[in-house]
Design a binder for this molecule. Sequence first.
Ligand code: SF4
Length: 341
Amino acid sequence: MKQQAWLSKDLPNGKILCEACSQACTLQEDEYGKCGVRKVEDGELKLLVYGIAAAVNVDPVEKKPMFHFLPRSTAFSVGTVGCNFSCKFCQNFEISQYPKEHDHDIIGQELPPERIVALAKQSGCKSIAYTYNEPVVFFEYTYDTAKLAHENGLKNIYVTSGYETKKSLDLLAPYVDGMNIDIKSFSNTFYKEICGARLKPVLECVQYAHEKGIWVEITTLLIEGKNDSDEEIREIAKFIASVDTSIPWHLSAFHPMYKMLDIHRTSLATLRRAYKIGLQEGLKYVYVGNIDDEDYESTYCPQCKKQVIERSGNIGQFVTNTLDENGTCPYCGYILEGVWH
Ligand code: SF4
């Protein structure tokens, strides 16, 4: 299904600017954007994957990862093909890079917004997550679905690399309740050489999404020898703390994948080192992920330090939440930050 992409602008030179993400592609007739799923046809920018889902699952919300967002609930998770990044370590490269690696072919099942919302409700999910590939590249599809989801009492989560423009965030903010944004590194060279992107727009997106009142959690995939120096970890932690010390930070273990098969899995020691730095920089909530370590996956009250949400087993398998629907600590009354109902 193709649909006109709203986030676009005609330029005086006859080209069309896509305003969905910070790649800011300027395209002429028959040209595709860097994501491979937006293309100029008949003088209009078209979204080629509207209503075509390439991955659909019911997942624990903890798997997104969102730890301060309706704990123990499930999120109806959808993604399409295509991505505006080209990360050499992509965990979902089969779908994210598919159009670029298959002569712009689009694959997936027809799944219009109404059907997503109906299936989410039938499955008992409390939210819809736009995930697996970068959701802003299929912005119009996510927007229509998110709006309908709200009308049906469901929340919405964007799992993103943080390349949304201010314009796309302004439109999304009334409907997107939570975002998990990757800060993949604090080095522009890393972003450029490994991801085909830049650092600055990502930091601006984190700041702006937070300002717009969207609940933000951050994920950093730590790759030993690439982005795990004490200095770099500290810079990321300082940045997050400068936005808000209550933003949860997920430190995730790298597994060899896609074009980075020559680098080993991240050790627990590295993740724990980063975890300590996060706390030293004043972050209230730091988590370790993609590795079994229940002490570092649970939530502790920042005031009395008691464990208030226990997480163990596979992600989302065993979650014991002692907070009430306002996020109140049962031991000291501190209100933990998050979306709890
Ligand atoms: S969404 Fe796609 S076409 Fe639009 S700016 Fe980003 S990469 Fe380019």
